[in-house]
Design a protein around this ligand. Structure first.
Ligand code: ADP
Length: 338
C-alpha cells in the first residue's frame, strides 16, 4: 500500500520515506526523493530543518572539559518504587535499587525505552511519587523524614517541567498569571515586584511581554513550553526535573528551546535531571547520562563516552535504534539486516 507519513522527525523520514514533501506555512517548499533531499537540500528552509536535527556523534570528542562537581543536590540511594496492586492487576516494581546523584550545576540525562521507569524516577525525585524503599534526599534533606514546613521551603528549590505544557498549564489562567503563581504561593516580594519578575522571566525565555495576557491555547507549542520553563524558573530553583520537555515540539522549535535551555542552565547554574527517550537530545544538553532498563540502572558515565563506546548491549541497542537522518545509512542498515 502507499503511505503518507506525516512527521517532524527527520530520522523517521530518512528511515522510511521514498519521497519527501517539505511544507512551510501551508506551501510546499521542496519535494524530492529522500536520497537527494537529504544529500543536497535545495531550499534554505529544508537546510535549516536538517541542521536542527540533533545527532549522536560517531566518535568521542577530544575536547570535553569535565565540569567540576559541586555539592550534591539530588541523591537517590537504593530507591525502589512498587506501584500497588489494583483490582485485576498485580503490584508492579517500576524502579529497583537505583543509586543516582546530581550535583549543583550538572545536567544528568536519564534515558531508556518507554516503560523503563524514567518518569517514575523523576516524580520520586520531587516527592510526587513515594519511594517504597531506599532514600531520596534533596539538598541533604531526606524527603521521607522531613517536616511539612521544611518540605514547603524545599519545594521552592525544586522545579518540574513536563512533556506537554498544553496540559500542565492551567487553561483558565493567562500565561502571565501561571508564571506569577509560584511567586504568589510563596509570597515573594510585593505585587509590583512580582509583576516585574514575570516580565523578566518572559524576557529570559525570549517571549514578548505582550503575550502575558494570552491563555495557553492561544500560544504555539514552542511558546507554551517557554512559558512552562519560565514558570519553573520563577523561584530560581536549585534543581530542575525536566521530563521529555521537547518531545512534543517540531524539530526546529526543539532546537531553539534546547539552545535556550542550555544558555539559561549555564547562566543560572541549576542542577538538572533531564529525562528523554531521545539520545541525541540528551547528548546535546547533558554532562552525564544514566541508562535505565526495566527500572534498573545498567550504565552511567559522561555522555560522550557512553554514546560513542557503550559498555552494555542494552545501551548499544538504544543507540542503534535511533533513527538516523541519512537515507544512505538506512540502506546500509537494511542490507545488514537481510
Ligand atoms: P517511562 O517514563 O520510562 O516511560 P514510567 O516511569 O512512566 O516509564 O513507567 C514505568 C513502568 O511503571 C511502566 O511499566 C508503567 O506501566 C508502570 N506505571 C507507571 N505509573 C504507574 C501507576 N500509577 N500504576 C501502576 N503502574 C504504573
Amino acid at each position: 500500500m502507499g503511505i503518507l507519513l506525516i512527521t517532524h522527525n527527520m530520522g523517521v523520514v530518512a528511515q522510511h520515506a521514498d519521497r519527501v514533501v517539505v511544507l512551510r506555512n501551508g506551501n510546499v517548499v521542496e519535494t524530492d526523493t529522500a536520497h537527494s533531499l537529504f544529500d543536497a537540500p535545495e531550499h534554505a528552509y529544508t537546510r535549516a530543518l536538517l541542521a536542527a536535527v540533533p545527532r549522536l556523534p560517531e566518535h568521542a570528542s577530544t575536547t570535553v572539559a569535565e565540569k567540576p562537581a559541586g555539592d550534591v543536590v539530588l541523591e537517590l540511594d537504593k530507591v525502589g518504587v512498587t506501584y500497588p496492586a489494583r483490582r485485576g492487576t498485580a503490584a508492579f516494581r517500576a524502579v529497583d535499587s537505583v543509586d543516582l546523584t546530581v550535583h549543583a550545576g550538572e545536567v544528568v540525562g536519564l534515558v531508556g525505552e518507554s516503560g523503563s521507569g524514567k518518569s517514575t524516577l523523576g516524580r520520586v525525585a520531587i516527592g510526587l511519587v513515594q519511594a517504597t524503599s531506599g532514600r531520596v534526599s534533596v539538598e541533604g534533606q531526606d524527603l521521607s523524614s522531613i517536616s511539612a514546613t521544611r518540605l514547603r521551603t524545599l519545594r521552592r528549590d525544586v522545579a518540574f517541567v513536563q512533556q506537554d505544557p498544553a496540559t500542565s498549564l492551567d487553561p483558565r489562567l493567562s500565561v502571565g498569571a501561571s508564571v506569577r503563581e509560584p511567586l504568589d504561593v510563596h509570597s515573594v516580594g510585593t505585587p509590583a515586584e512580582r509583576r516585574k519578575r514575570v516580565l523578566d522571566l518572559f524576557d529570559a525565555v525570549r517571549l514578548p511581554a505582550a503575550l502575558t495576557d494570552r491563555f495557553p491555547h492561544q500560544l504555539s507549542g514552542g511558546q507554551r513550553q517557554r512559558v512552562a520553563l519560565a514558570r519553573a524558573l520563577a523561584l530560581a530553583p536549585r534543581l530542575l526535573i525536566a521530563d521529555e520537555p521537547t518531545s512534543a515540539l517540531d524539530v526546529s522549535v526543539q532546537a531553539e528551546v534546547l539552545d535556550l535551555f542550555a544558555e539559561i542552565q549555564r547562566e543560572l547554574g541549576f542542577a538538572c535531571l533531564f529525562i528523554s527517550h531521545d539520545l541525541a537530545v540528551v547528548h546535546q544538553v547533558a554532562d552525564r547520562v544514566v541508562v535505565l532498563q526495566s527500572g534498573v540502572i545498567v550504565e552511567t558515565g559522561p555522555v560522550d563516552t557512553v554514546f560513542t563506546s557503550p559498555r552494555e548491549p542494552y545501551t548499544r541497542a538504544l543507540i542503534d535504534a535511533v533513527p538516523v537522518p541519512d537515507p544512505a545509512r538506512r540502506r546500509h542498515h537494511a542490507a545488514l539486516a537481510v
